[in-house]
Write a protein that binds this ligand. Structure first.
Ligand code: ADP
Length: 328
């Protein structure tokens, strides 16, 4: 017998391509197993405002290819308060909901874990949906692959114009605390340097490296700067470098929100489907306060506590070293 009879699904925090394939998998896996499904609009806000609707098989037709999230997402401060959680709980209980799938990043999981500890009769399962790829327990998070591909396409175009004019481009990519997109994009586009929140790069070293590149007949250079780099932001870095590297025409591009959009890649469609499928099956098996994640191409469970607090997860040092060597 199912431990769950009715579940709710929501997307919360930053949106990520791949959330829709995941919602589809959650809805259809649940229905297949005789579990009713309720879609919650705008994350925790929808729980508090009782903005939810019954979903059927056709509610998730033709959404595999859509970026964003059909359930919408939001940031919701009242859910951080006890009163907000109590209202959310009341609305879930009134509807007879006994399971909740939350698709989001670390903020979403923090909320889910607090909620579930207060109200353990509603089982909670997390799906790592964030372009930042910064959660312990899943080698890749949903949306990271698509976002990185979007960044790569943009940088390839910038490289064309950089090369035509002997330009040095500083390109800011998303990642306030995570250099995952910057590192992968840097390797994929042959960036001359990659500045990351996880590793301080001295400006003198960057300038020396760019001067060497110029004297080695490089006709253009690309420096990728993650949002969270500790050198004061992309404009400050570009200004400091321009003062020292006079024979390059220095330009700055901030890729911004285009990195969140777009049709999910094949990888994210499959990952979203697998994670959604696994999340419902884990709830059926009686699990709670856990996250489904991809590890060595298997979907495994990690406690939400570990996903949030295990800091063993680090950017791969071997990739950083390789990027430096391959860009000489
Ligand atoms: P992400 O999930 O992408 O990291 P946020 O950090 O914005 O995004 O978190 C999403 C939502 O999760 C917040 O708007 C809030 O409703 C909820 N949340 C975040 N932190 C907490 C917390 N400490 N307690 C309860 N809810 C939280």
């Amino acid at each position: 017998m199912n431990k769950i009879s009715k579940l709710a699904v929501l997307t919360s925090g930053g949106d990520a391509p791949g959330m829709n394939p995941c919602i589809r998998a959650v809805v259809r896996t649940a229905l297949y197993n005789g579990i009713e499904v309720v879609g919650v609009r705008q994350g925790y806000k929808g729980l508090i405002e009782n903005d939810m609707y019954d979903m059927d098989k056709r509610s998730v037709s033709n959404i595999l290819n859509l970026g964003g999230t059909i359930l919408k997402t939001a940031r919701c401060l009242p859910f951080k308060e006890d009163e907000g959680m109590a209202i959310a709980y009341k609305h879930l209980k009134e509807r007879g909901i006994d399971g909740l799938v939350v698709i989001g990043g670390d903020g979403t999981f923090t909320g889910a874990l607090r909620f579930s500890r207060k109200y353990p009769d509603i089982a909670v399962m997390g799906v790592p949906g964030t372009i930042d790829n910064d959660l312990y327990g899943s080698t890749y998070t949903l949306g990271f692959d698509t976002a990185t591909n979007t960044v790569i396409q943009a940088i390839d175009k910038i490289r064309d114009t950089a090369d035509a004019h002997d330009r040095l481009f500083f390109i800011e990519v998303m990642g306030r605390d995570s250099g995952a997109i910057a590192l992968r994009a840097g390797i994929s586009c042959g960036a001359e340097a990659i500045l990351l929140p996880e590793k301080q790069t001295a400006l003198e070293d960057l300038i020396k490296n760019l001067k060497e590149g110029k004297s080695n007949k490089k006709s253009s250079s690309i420096v990728i700067v993650a949002e969270g780099d500790k050198n004061g932001g992309v404009y400050d870095v570009a200004k400091a470098v321009q003062q020292e590297v006079k024979d390059y025409d220095v330009k700055v591009t901030i890729l911004g929100h285009l990195q969140r959009g777009g049709s999910p890649s094949s990888f994210d469609r499959i990952l979203g489907s697998r994670l959604g499928f696994a999340a419902v099956n884990a709830l059926i098996a009686g699990e709670s306060q856990k996250m489904v994640g991809l590890q060595a191409n298997h979907i495994l469970l990690t406690s939400l506590d570990d996903a949030l607090n295990n800091h063993e997860f680090k950017l791969e040092a071997d990739l950083l070293q390789m990027a430096d060597i391959l860009s000489i």
